[in-house]
Design a protein around this ligand. Sequence first.
Ligand SMILES: Cc1ncc(COP(=O)(O)O)c(C=O)c1O
Length: 422
Amino acid sequence: MDRRSAIKTAASLFGLPLSAASIATSTLPAADLLKRDPEAYWKRIREEQFLLPGWRCFMNNGSLGIAPKPVVAAVTNHIERSAALTHYPELQDEEYSRWGYETLDKYRTELGAFLGCKKDELALMHNATEAMSTIAAGLDLKSGDEVLITDQEHPSGRGGWFLRAARHGVTVREVKIEQPPKNEDQMVETMISAIGPRTKVMSFSGILTTTGLIMPVKRICAAARAKGVITVIDGAHMHGQIPVNMNDLGCDFMAGSPHKWMFAPAGCGLLYVREEMLDRLWPTVATDFFVRGGADLKAAKYMMMGTNNRSIFIGMMAGLAFLKEVGPENIYFRIHHLSKEVYKQSAKRQSLQLLSAADDGMYGSLVTFQMQPEHFQRFSTLCTKKKIWIVKAPRQRVATHIHTRPQDVQLYFESLDEAAKG
Ligand SMILES: Cc1ncc(COP(=O)(O)O)c(C=O)c1O
């Protein structure tokens, strides 16, 4: 009997739905392999834990991450279970494929413990865009109040503020960030010296989408708070790429996209609201809780948004379990190690203008450079031919995650060289 038929038989014997059963998940390689032979360990992780085929070279985890097999299995399994309702009533809370009227305390407690906040400070969202817009829409700001952002914000991190400008006369001012900056002190000085008499909010990315630069969030937030300025962090690239403890960072609000670096399926987002700020952020979507008065809901009030797909969030929790099992420290070390190689390879090539800082403490797993537009045209064609998945622009943001293989980095740079030769 071949493997597929064996799976089919097992599925029918145990009454399992077929598709979930056919995503065969396997246990992780033994931890001592990581110590003895790290390359062999990570090779097995890529081959056994991800659905990515061997021929795919994936270098754009920055736009959207890849869900590993246990996450895909958890999502499909839940979709099937919730269509069958076979586990009613013992799993009644989880069985129904819905959220949007529930507080999902179990998920928020576990996520909060990992990300450094209380469950009551955390709301589940669909992406960072939604979280950033919820923050921008929900603060009491009036005409003439100023919001400081950087000139490197993602459209999703600045859109909500420009909407407030159009609607309520709020002023949005952009602070220029050097590319690459000299050091952390320069970044703190640039941001804090920009605060003016009308500045009410400072909103910036913890890791810049344009260059992968890690901003000194903790120092900037402390200095801003001392001046009475509210801090909003677009953390889309932070959670899972670098260690994050939201309480310790000291920001007032933070948005997250666990579908980038935390192995969650697409459509998972986070909104962090520091406890003391819960009364200062109005929800944007409201259900009956608002009519009845829902102060006890704390951050869950931002989640009362009507019927949602719970399967995706069950997948997010499976992604967190996977991350914890592989080990966050092992992951950060590995993905940064690969990223340093990307930096080294980029620095060797004179035709590339590096935008990432030389100090590797200032980037996590995103290295960015500008290439010549005519080289890019050829590079893009070559990538299609060689099945290399890239950001489709001459400003290349190269992302490494645990499914990235050293041979992927090598293939990427060999292709760059081929494109540069003409
Ligand atoms: C800094 C930053 N903020 C926000 C977003 C938007 O994220 P999402 O699509 O999850 O809303 C991105 C996406 O790349 C980003 O890089």
